[in-house]
Write a protein that binds this ligand. Structure first.
Ligand SMILES: NC(=O)c1ccc[n+]([C@@H]2O[C@H](COP(=O)([O-])OP(=O)(O)OC[C@H]3O[C@@H](n4cnc5c(N)ncnc54)[C@H](OP(=O)(O)O)[C@@H]3O)[C@@H](O)[C@H]2O)c1
Length: 242
């Protein structure tokens, strides 16, 4: 029987690359996104041209509580059960420690931590035994040097969440892992000025940003391997060793 995966933030960047990796592995896909309908329509077409899989896209902003219901209701209305869930969509707030507002701090926490917890709570019963959940963490959650305090702290929380969830998902026979990417060439990074990008590259042992497709292989491995559970796989090109 065909397998089904849901990827939040699945229409661009890392999520899109994971969608291609899972499409190649034969998964039907539900990709959520925030607001860019054109990009969502385009990725849907590209995937269906390349692989014999069914692809659905759904607007569901992770900063909005109602998106938990939107996703749950979409899954049940279409009689979809899931074999893989990738909690990938995330956000940041680059205000300094001195100026960050509590509302913005809460928004980052809601999107990066609260939203996946309560979405998972709602859809756990729709996951097939033997299935897998993968979170997108960050190198910034391992080495605390993010320019955004809220981002670094929430990504550390995502890593802790992965480990704490293992025992709560084991009755469902679901494994849970995380990927902590270093610097990946997505829109998120492409906007950075050239000198800042060069500074970053100089700190990476491989001297370059990660291609999203290279990173996506780690997600596919975590989803397909039957024994890895509770791990955070760091994919940073050797950032910490230079
Ligand atoms: N790029 C890196 O270097 C890097 C490193 C470490 C961790 N990460 C993490 O990787 C994840 C994806 O980042 P990326 O670089 O792939 O970003 P990206 O290229 O900007 O892609 C963002 C994707 O997420 C969706 N999205 C953004 N905000 C959302 C929201 N509020 N609600 C629902 N969906 C939303 C976007 O939908 P729309 O197009 O509709 O906005 C799009 O599909 C994030 O969790 C980020 O923290 C990235």
């Amino acid at each position: 029987m065909k397998k089904q995966a849901c990827i939040t933030g699945g229409t661009k960047g890392i999520g899109k690359a994971v969608a291609f990796a899972l499409g190649q592995a034969g998964y039907d896909l539900l990709l959520t996104y925030a607001s860019d309908d054109d990009a969502a329509g385009k990725v849907c077409k590209e995937l269906q041209q390349e692989f014999p899989v069914e692809v659905r896209v759904l607007r569901a902003d992770i900063t909005d509580k109602q998106s938990v219901d939107v996703i749950y209701q979409y899954l049940t209305a279409h009689h979809l059960r899931l074999d893989a869930v990738v909690f990938n969509a995330g956000l940041t707030c680059r205000d300094s420690f001195e100026t960050v507002r509590m509302d913005d701090w809460e928004r980052v926490f809601f999107g990066n931590v609260h939203f996946p917890v309560f979405l998972l709570q709602r859809i756990a019963g729709l996951l097939n035994g033997g299935g897998s959940v993968v979170f997108t963490g960050s190198l910034m959650g391992v080495h605390p040097h993010s320019v955004s305090l809220a981002y670094g702290v929430t990504k550390s929380a995502v890593h802790a969440l992965v480990k704490n969830l293992v025992k709560f998902l084991s009755p469902y026979e679901i494994r849970v892992n995380g990927v902590a990417p270093g610097f990946v060439d997505t829109e998120w990074q492409k906007g950075k000025p050239a000198d800042i990008r060069r500074n970053i590259e100089n700190k990476i042992a491989l001297n370059r940003f990660c291609d999203p497709a290279e990173l996506a292989e780690a997600y596919r491995m975590l989803i397909e391997n039957r024994y890895i559970n509770g791990e955070i796989v760091v994919v940073d090109g050797g950032y910490s060793y230079k």
